[in-house]
Ligand binder design. Structure first.
Ligand code: ZN
Length: 86
């Protein structure tokens, strides 16, 4: 599974993650420009954040396949944006 790189919505810098630890970020899933879900934590490099214990990742309520497609396609008016949280 490939990693997904994001730019910080606020400063434009790349958000770093090595798939074990990542920068503290806030992620927002938007539909039609409105926030439908958000998560905050260390970026896991797969379009999600790690749980507090860093053993797992939080999951989006949206289907995993759809989330993956979002990284490459504009679909269903969905979009993920990300910004540093510290
Ligand atoms: Zn930033």
């Amino acid at each position: 599974m490939g990693c997904f790189s994001f730019m910080c919505k606020e400063c434009g810098e790349a958000i770093l993650s090595n798939s074990f630890r990542g920068e503290n970020v806030k992620l927002y899933l938007l539909k039609d420009g409105k926030i439908v879900q958000s998560m905050e934590g260390e970026y896991d490099s797969y379009g999600k954040v790690f749980t507090k214990d860093l053993k797992n990742s939080l999951e989006w309520d949206t289907d995993r396949g759809v989330i993956c497609d979002l990284m490459f396609l504009d679909i269903m008016n969905l979009k993920i944006i990300m910004a540093n949280s510290d």
